[in-house]
Design a protein around this ligand. Structure first.
Ligand code: ASP
Length: 316
């Protein structure tokens, strides 16, 4: 049996510490811990990396603290459009949805596309309808709205009107959730889900549902889930670039992810990722003020963080 590993991120658009109460930060860390434990329960019972990353992402989609599912960013029309994808490193099977508006857990819809359709990516209302036919829970679009996102949208619209949009913090703009895992059979998987960024144009699709850009997994190499301005991740084929550097240039996971974050940063964007290699090493690099993140490795200890300090929660 190979070592088990799970790594997650809750987006590199983390707010400055003073902008939330201690209670809210504690709750954010608790939800990261819940996400890790949901995945670890599956991995330690002999379950698959694919089930583990889906379970980890569902917990973060249901939490108001992350930009995915409940609590996702609002478009310029004050509605929600979600993107998500999942990839199986064993078979290179992948599934994704983009611009969905009604499915409560977009990552479940992505998995259904992978396993129950002949497509890799379904868009918009067709994706919503497909997911509903597959028995997934539908909600009103307003289900996803939280006060925090309403305020963020108002602040970005005000910045746009004043011409100060370039000064907006990473946290005002965006976020994403993602998970990567290695299971006991040596299989890797990655999953990513997002509401995109606040005030995004209707119909805009980011990197999260684009295999190779925001998500990639290949057995024997790595699994990667990214966060940061999706347009640049797409142009740089960021998640696949990590795998390519490892596979062709023989870089380590640390070298490859650091190089890709540096390249993305050269476009003056915030960027982060969660990645795991075939030996179970997890890295969560980012170039912003903070990134919600966490991991469990061979020692079974739950590590979570939002800024610099890493907290060790009780063992999984
Ligand atoms: N990558 C996401 C997008 O562009 C946003 C983010 O991760 O912050 O949709």
């Amino acid at each position: 049996m190979t070592p088990l590993a799970i790594g997650i991120h809750g987006g590199c658009g983390t707010l400055a510490p003073e902008l939330l109460s201690d209670k809210e930060w504690a709750e954010t860390r608790a939800h990261l811990g819940d996400s890790l434990r949901a995945a670890w329960k599956i991995l330690s019972a002999g379950g698959s990396a694919l089930d583990a990353v889906e379970a980890a992402v569902v917990v973060m989609e249901d939490s108001p603290h992350f930009n995915a599912g409940y609590g996702a960013a609002l478009t310029e029309s004050s509605e929600h459009e979600h993107d998500a994808s999942i990839m199986n490193g064993e078979t290179l099977a992948a599934g994704a949805v983009c611009a969905t508006r009604r499915i409560r857990n977009p990552i479940r819809a992505a998995r259904a596309v992978m396993e129950k359709s002949d497509s890799v990516l379904l868009a918009g209302s067709a994706a919503d309808d497909f997911a509903a036919r597959m028995g997934l829970e539908r909600v009103e679009n307003s289900y996803f709205t939280t006060e925090r996102r309403v305020k963020a949208l108002a602040s970005l619209k005000a910045r746009k009107a004043r011409g100060t949009i370039a000064l907006a913090s990473e946290a005002e703009k965006h976020g994403t959730v993602g998970a990567v895992a290695l299971d006991g059979r040596g299989n890797l998987a990655a999953a990513t889900s997002t509401g995109g960024f606040n005030n995004k144009p209707v119909g805009r699709v980011g990197d999260s549902p684009i295999i190779g850009a925001g998500t990639y997994a290949r057995n024997g190499v790595c699994a990667v889930s990214g966060t940061g301005q999706g347009e640049i991740f797409i142009r740089r084929v960021a998640a696949y670039d990590v795998a390519a550097r490892m596979h062709y240039a023989r870089q380590t996971l640390d070298e490859a992810t650091a190089a890709v974050i540096e390249t993305l940063g050269s476009h003056k964007i915030g960027a982060g990722m969660a990645a795991v290699d075939a030996g179970g090493r997890v890295v969560v690099p980012f170039n912003t003020l903070g990134m919600a993140r966490g991991w469990i490795g061979a020692d079974g200890i739950v590590h979570v963080a939002t800024h610099r300090d890493v907290h060790r929660l009780s063992a999984a």
